[in-house]
Design a protein around this ligand. Structure first.
Ligand code: C5P
Length: 239
């Protein structure tokens, strides 16, 4: 992220990249930024989840990169940014409500280790954000998708805090509530895989601003992040 304030380098405004592990609060913050500053909110994790769903439905071997690459050629994933979060269309079907299931979550992290699957995703994500005016959330946005993003934030929190938050989200959702320990254990495994994979492992870009939300309230995190993002918005966007 440049220390100089850059305005409107892209037609619709800046790219705001938000990366970090599961449960750090990325989705909440991205949704807030989208509302507050009129940005398009794009959750790239939902694309990996949708692709995992496709692999599951077609019986593709998630450990075979060749099989998954063949599947990418027959797959179209579209994210629609709505006030309720992202609507996800898989080959034209609205699959939004199917993507939070535990087995899809685990599969998303397995399909995402393959370099050629990631290259396909990255190309799609670059095309979606090229005009700017977006907040894009994921694991590799600041490092691989938009290394030239105007704003890069790496949102983190202690594993205990993240596990707790993730459990609350799961228990609140319409998905069957799983045992707390299972949710936390699954999150830890997914984190390990995301951090240790060879291709675009989860890590902060060298020029990202690190925000640790462990001991902050949501309002405090929002205040911090608003202050980071606001100077990069063109005058025409709401402040
Ligand atoms: O963000 P979310 O939890 O929905 O992401 C699901 C999984 O997709 C992550 O655990 C990670 O393995 C993968 N992912 C990724 N790169 C991204 C977004 C998600 O590898 N940019």
């Amino acid at each position: 992220m440049s220390t100089d304030v850059q305005r409107a380098l892209r037609p619709n405004g800046p790219v705001v990249a938000i990366d970090g592990p599961a449960g750090a609060g990325k989705s909440t913050i991205a949704a807030h930024l989208a509302r507050r500053f009129g940005l398009l909110n794009l959750e790239t994790g939902a694309m990996y989840r949708a692709f995992a769903l496709k692999a599951s439905r077609t019986g593709a071997d998630v450990d075979s990169e060749d099989a998954l690459v063949a599947l990418t050629l027959k797959t179209k994933i579209v994210l629609e940014s709505t006030s309720q979060g992202n609507k996800v269309l898989l080959d034209g079907e609205n699959v939004t409500d199917l993507l939070r299931r535990q087995e899809i979550t685990a599969m998303a992290s397995r399909v995402s280790v393959h370099g050629r699957v990631r290259s396909w995703m990255v190309a799609e994500q670059r095309a979606m954000g090229a005009q700017g005016g977006v907040v894009m959330e994921g694991r590799d946005i600041g490092t691989a998708v938009f290394p030239d993003a105007e704003v890069k934030i790496f949102l983190d929190a202690s594993p205990e805090k993240r596990g707790e938050r993730r459990f609350e989200q799961t228990a609140d959702s319409s998905v069957v509530a799983e045992a707390r320990e299972t949710v936390i254990q699954e999150m830890r495994e997914r984190d390990e895989r995301d951090r240790n994979r060879a291709e675009s492992p989860l890590r902060p870009a060298p020029d990202a601003v690190l925000v640790d939300s462990t001991s902050l309230t949501l309002d405090q995190v929002i205040a911090k992040i608003d202050a980071i993002v606001a100077p990069f918005l063109p005058e025409s966007l709401p402040r």
